[in-house]
Design a protein around this ligand. Structure first.
Ligand SMILES: [Zn+2]
Length: 209
């Protein structure tokens, strides 16, 4: 694979979920260009990785000719929560870090290798908002191939803590379903999760129609 410079796309960019009937822009084997640019050498032996057909594989793969290691490229899991107050309002934070600085999102982040999805939702929510939650039902699971992530969104009950602004959260506030600032939501997946949540709790509002 040739060395190419790239960076992750802004998550607030073009929506790309095949399940929603939108297009994706695949590069080699569907690996986003910014990610392909980071995959040049074998993590086992340091030899160059090359992209092409492999025996026993149903699609072209990145592999090391020197040692036979196959560098499978898979999405990462982003775990998020929609903390809901007793009054039925959802807690959002105004992002204090890029991407989407200043836009509203639910708390969440990349799952660590040694935790469960529930633990990840609790940890990320506490880190970003100071609130302790108990994750409940899954509102939705969303793919963003161009960002190489899968986002899971839990509905969550607030069980403790105190809303606290942090460098990651410039502002924390609650929104009743009719008041969600749809034009100021950070990420496509945040919009999808919030719409799916509003469709559950206030179907009469017909969000997204
Ligand atoms: Zn190797």
């Amino acid at each position: 694979m040739t060395a190419r410079r790239g960076r992750p796309p802004e998550p607030s960019g073009e929506p790309a979920d095949p399940a929603r009937g939108r297009s994706i822009r695949p590069t080699r084997g569907g690996v986003p260009e910014w990610l392909a640019a980071t995959l040049n050498f074998c993590s086992r032996c340091g030899g160059p990785l090359t992209f092409g057909p492999l025996a026993g594989e149903d699609r072209e793969r990145l592999a090391c000719a020197a040692c036979g290691f196959v560098a499978y490229v898979n999405p990462k899991l982003v775990v998020t929560a929609l903390p809901v107050t007793e009054a039925g309002e959802v807690v959002l934070l105004r992002r204090g870090i890029p991407p989407a600085y200043g836009a509203w999102a639910q708390p969440g982040g990349f799952m660590e290798i040694d935790e469960t999805v529930h633990a990840a939702a609790i940890r990320e929510t506490f880190e970003e908002t100071g609130l302790l939650i108990e994750p409940g039902e899954i509102v939705g699971i969303y793919t963003r191939p161009e960002a190489a992530v899968v986002v899971v969104a839990f509905e969550a009950r607030i069980v403790g803590g105190t809303a606290t602004v942090t460098p990651e959260a410039l502002e924390i506030r609650t929104f009743a379903p009719p008041d969600i600032p749809w034009e100021e939501i950070a990420f496509t997946t945040s919009t999808w999760a919030l719409r799916d949540w509003v469709r559950r709790v206030r179907p009469d509002l017909r969000p997204g129609d």
